[in-house]
Design a protein around this ligand. Structure first.
Ligand SMILES: O=C(O)Cc1cc(O)ccc1O
Ligand SMILES: [Fe+2]
Length: 439
């Protein structure tokens, strides 16, 4: 069960406790059912109304009742962007390995691997891109990210996310956003893999639509927020809270489940979205439109039109452009382009770019269709055609110049060293005697 809408003021009570939301005020002297009131602030108190975010949680015990945090192993999670020398090459990764549960039990936290990123959680400006590969549910353990928001893109295996706000089931081809500070626990049902875009110091918004009008792209009503769900569970053996703080992991113990929120209200919530609901706008005459037309969510910087990061998809659609090279153009960009593939193929590269893999085309690094794609589409008969049927590629596009981690460049052992070869056979078609043909 979910509530519909993007960034709404929601209110939700677990049906087992009718009347658990205080009426007419946030801080009654005594809350209904003897609950504690706790505010979760997702924006500075003084942000303009349009960007002000907070929720009020009415819970059995407040979050503050815990033992001290101590450092724990970060595995392959890092915010150190100086592990290896910069590398401006086109990078492509084969599908990232998922550990076999018979060999090693790995949960969502121990299965986090940072691929690349830039900026800094301390100065509250930057991004990180992580892969998660896991095979085991988090037991009596939850995660909170003090550093930023997670946009989670499942690629293999659905994940059941229990949050302080309720439960969300998120399947491949759906995405979800867990915003800064929201506690959650991930259950998995087999070998599980996905991508995470982490943004420090900004929240995701729907892009402005400009001349498109009031409707289109990702429509607000298709975003889903969970309803309140609580457990009043004492955990004598200890419940572990894992906190990502300033790029490092810390853990602490408490003797109760943090999913003890009986009722909540506010506009700062986790949410999910099914990519199938994206209303695709594209060219119906000629030329290849820039991929910004496929923006699902954007985390804006303070510079107009420049995103800290955009989440862009390449959904199934019709290709109808006349006298046009229809696939992506050759490109050098002042932004970084990290791509992933949820299922199927990507239109600019039929081979080599596989579901569960990735590519990174860094700032001003040339990229574009491989030789097969170029030759095929230069001579194709341009009838209306389904494009990207049964596939879903996506891009995390960022104004940050990202560094790749040691894991990404080396110890994941998934880097495709021959990636550059997909362009090597591009031929010189130049004909100095070419004459304009009469139209
Ligand atoms: O394939 C890519 O690298 C992404 C991309 C897609 C597109 O339609 C236009 C430009 C672009 O960089
Ligand atoms: Fe590009």
């Amino acid at each position: 069960l979910y509530m519909s809408g993007f960034g709404n003021e929601f209110a939700s009570e677990d049906p087992r406790c009718p009347g658990s939301l205080p009426e007419g005020q946030n801080n009654p002297q005594v809350c209904p059912y003897g609950l504690y009131a706790e505010q979760l602030s997702g924006s500075a108190f003084t942000c303009p109304r349009s960007t002000n975010k907070r929720s009020w949680l009415y819970r059995i015990l407040p979050s503050v009742r815990h033992k001290p945090f101590t450092p724990m192993s970060c595995g392959d999670l890092t915010e150190n962007w100086n592990e290896v020398e910069p590398d401006p090459n086109q990078l492509r990764w084969k599908p990232f390995n998922i550990p076999k549960s018979s060999e090693k039990k790995v949960d969502f936290i121990s299965g986090l691997h940072t691929v690349c990123g830039a900026g800094d959680s301390k100065s509250r400006n930057g991004i990180a891109i992580h892969m998660y590969t896991c095979n085991t549910s988090m037991i009596d353990k939850c995660f909170q990210n003090a550093d930023g928001d997670f946009l989670i893109v499942p690629q293999q295996g659905e994940i059941l996310i229990t949050t302080e706000f309720g439960k969300m089931m998120v399947e491949p081809n759906e995405i979800c956003v867990i915003q800064q500070g929201m506690r959650f626990s991930v259950d998995v049902f087999g070998e599980t893999r996905g991508y995470i875009l982490e943004v420090f110091g900004a929240h995701f918004e729907l892009p402005d639509l400009g001349p498109i009008g009031a409707n289109g792209l990702a429509n607000p009503r298709d975003f889903q927020t969970p309803v309140a769900w609580y457990e009043d569970r004492t955990v004598a053996t200890g419940y572990t809270i894992v906190n990502k703080y300033q790029g490092k992991l810390f853990s602490c113990q408490q003797d109760f489940s943090p999913f003890n929120v009986v009722a909540w209200h506010g506009n700062y919530t986790p949410y999910k979205y099914n990519l199938e609901n994206f209303m695709v706008i594209n060219c119906v005459a000629f030329d290849h439109a820039d991929p910004s037309i496929f923006t699902v969510l954007t985390a804006k910087s303070t510079r107009p039109g420049v995103a800290i990061a955009d989440f862009v998809i390449f959904p199934p659609r019709w290709g109808v452009a006349d006298h046009t090279f229809r696939p992506p153009y050759y490109h050098r960009n002042c932004m970084s382009e990290f791509m992933g593939l949820i299922k199927g193929h990507y239109e600019a590269k039929e081979e080599g770019f596989q579901p569960g893999g990735a590519s990174l085309h860094s700032i001003m690094t040339p990229h574009g269709p491989d030789v097969d794609c170029f030759e095929k589409n230069s001579t194709a008969v341009l009838k209306p055609e389904r494009v990207a049927e049964g596939t879903m590629a996506f891009m995390f596009e960022s104004s940050f110049s990202m560094a790749v981690t040691k894991w990404g460049l080396d110890t994941c052992h998934r880097l495709d060293k021959s990636y550059y070869k997909c362009w090597e056979a591009l031929k010189n078609h130049f004909n100095p005697n070419w004459k304009p043909s009469s139209k």
